[in-house]
Design a binder for this molecule. Structure first.
Ligand SMILES: C[S@@+](CC[C@H](N)C(=O)[O-])C[C@H]1O[C@@H](n2cnc3c(N)ncnc32)[C@H](O)[C@@H]1O
Length: 386
C-alpha cells in the first residue's frame, strides 16, 4: 500500500488535521457485499466502484446538504452513497443501462407492498403484450440466451416497464436477466458479462436449466432481496439523473464537489459487456455506443481535457474535483494516467490545485480483466478549483 501525500489543506474536510491523510487508508479493504445496502446489488455493472470507498470519500471531503455531481455515474454507487449521507446529488451517464440503474437507486420503492403493486399492474399489461412479440424479429444472438417462452415474456415485461419509466422494477428485471441460478431468466450463463455456459451445463445433463422460467415470481424474489437492507433516506434531498455527454454538459446548478471515476482508456467496454441488458433497453448497437463511452487513449484524453474545462463552470468557488482512476499507462504522455490527469488539471487546462493524492493496491478479487488483470492500483486525486 502506498500512501502518497503531496500537499493538503484541511479547509473542507470533516476530519481533524492531524488525521489527514490517514483518513482513507485501508478503509475499504474488506468485502462490502454483506454490509452495504442491498440496493447497490440491484443489477451488476462492470467497473463499479466499491460502495465503502464511495462512502469514505463522500464522508471525508463533503458536508451534509452539499450538492455532489457524478458526471460518469455508471451504476450510481457514488450517487446512492451521497444520498445516504444526506447530500444532494446530480448523476449522469451516457449509457442508458447506467441511467436506468442509477435512476432506480435514487428513486427506489422503499416498501415491498408498493413494489408488488407496481409489479402486478405491469404483469397485467405484459400479459396483453406477449402475443404481439414476434421472435422472428429478434436477433439470433439474443435468442440463444433464452427459452423462447421466457424470452417472449421478458421482452414484454421490459417494453412495458420501459414505457412506464418504471426504472426500479426494470433494473430489478435486468438484475435477473442472465446467470445460471434458478432465480434468473436465461439459459446458464455468466452474470456480469453475458457468456453462455452450455459446455459446463450441457442440455442433456441439465435439462431443467433450459426450461421455461416465469418472470413475475423471480422478479418478486429479486425485489425482496434488494429491499433487505435499506438505510434511512431523506426524500427531500435533491436527486437528479441525466443521460448527457459529460464533456460539455452543464447542470442547472453549481456544485460543491464533483466526485467520479471516468472511463479510463478502454480498459473496459461498457457497451459490449452490458450488450444483452442494453438490447432489452432498446440500445441495439453496442459497438457504436462503445466508441463513445469506452474511448481509446486519444479520444479519452480529448474527452478529459474538455471535461476539466466544463467542470470549471460547474464547481462553486473552492469546489472539489475528486477523481478515482486506475494506473493505466498513457503512451502519448509516457506516464501513468493519474500523473497525466494531474498535469492536465494543474498545467494544460489549469485552474485546479492538487491537494491530495492517495494510491492503493486493488485486491486480486476486485481486479477486472482485459486480457491481463487490468489496473493494479487505484488512485484518488483531489483537486480544488482555484
Ligand atoms: C468507471 S465507469 C463508472 C463506474 C461507477 N463509478 C460505478 O460505481 O458504477 C465510467 C462510466 O462513464 C460512462 N461514460 C463514458 N463516457 C461518457 C461520456 N462522454 N459522458 C457520460 N458518461 C460517459 C460509461 O458509460 C461508464 O458507465
Amino acid at each position: 500500500m502506498n500512501n502518497n501525500l503531496v500537499s493538503y489543506s484541511s479547509l473542507f474536510f470533516n476530519i481533524p488535521k492531524e488525521n489527514f491523510p490517514k483518513c482513507l487508508v485501508g478503509k475499504w479493504k474488506n468485502s462490502a457485499v454483506h454490509s452495504e445496502s442491498t440496493i447497490h446489488q440491484i443489477s451488476p455493472y462492470i467497473g463499479k466502484m466499491k460502495s465503502t470507498m464511495a462512502h469514505e470519500i463522500i464522508a471525508t471531503f463533503t458536508r451534509e446538504n452539499d450538492v455532489i455531481y457524478d458526471p460518469f455515474c455508471g451504476s450510481g454507487t457514488i450517487a446512492f452513497e451521497a444520498w445516504k449521507l444526506n447530500r444532494n446529488i446530480i448523476a449522469n451517464d451516457l449509457s442508458i443501462y447506467a441511467y436506468v440503474i442509477t435512476h432506480a437507486k435514487l428513486f427506489p420503492y422503499l416498501s415491498l407492498k408498493k413494489a408488488f403493486d407496481e409489479i402486478n399492474a405491469a404483469a397485467k399489461q405484459a400479459k396483453m403484450f406477449i402475443p404481439s412479440v414476434d421472435l422472428r424479429k429478434i436477433p439470433q444472438w439474443v435468442r440463444l440466451f433464452f427459452n423462447s417462452k421466457t424470452l417472449r415474456e421478458t421482452i414484454a415485461w421490459s417494453q412495458i416497464l420501459l414505457s412506464k419509466e418504471s426504472y426500479f422494477i426494470l433494473s430489478s428485471l435486468l438484475g435477473i436477466l442472465h446467470h445460471q441460478r434458478p432465480g434468473f431468466l436465461s439459459y446458464p450463463s455468466s452474470h456480469t458479462v453475458p457468456y453462455l455456459r452450455e459446455k459446463k451445463y450441457p442440455r442433456n445433463l441439465y435439462p431443467e436449466l433450459y426450461q421455461y422460467r416465469p418472470v413475475q415470481e423471480r422478479l418478486e424474489k429479486k425485489i425482496e432481496r434488494i429491499l433487505k437492507r435499506v438505510p434511512e433516506l431523506n426524500p427531500k434531498l435533491k436527486r437528479q439523473c441525466l443521460m448527457r455527454n459529460a464533456s460539455d454538459f452543464i447542470p442547472n446548478q453549481k456544485v460543491n464537489a464533483i466526485i467520479t471515476s471516468p472511463p479510463y482508456m478502454r480498459q473496459l467496454d461498457y457497451g459490449r459487456d452490458n450488450r444483452l441488458r442494453l438490447w432489452f433497453l432498446g440500445e441495439k448497437n453496442w459497438k457504436s455506443l462503445d466508441n463513445i463511452i469506452s474511448p481509446h487513449e486519444s479520444d479519452f484524453l480529448k474527452l478529459f481535457k474538455s471535461c476539466l474545462k466544463t467542470w470549471q463552470n460547474i464547481l462553486l468557488p473552492n469546489g472539489l474535483c475528486i477523481l478515482v482512476v486506475g494506473d493505466t499507462y498513457s503512451r502519448q504522455y509516457k506516464m501513468k494516467l493519474p500523473d497525466v490527469i494531474v498535469r492536465m488539471a494543474t498545467k494544460e487546462v489549469g485552474g485546479y490545485s492538487m491537494i491530495y493524492k492517495y494510491t492503493e493496491l486493488i485486491p486480486n478479487d476486485r481486479r477486472v480483466r482485459r486480457g491481463c488483470n487490468g489496473s493494479l492500483t487505484e488512485t484518488i486525486l483531489v483537486f480544488r478549483k482555484d
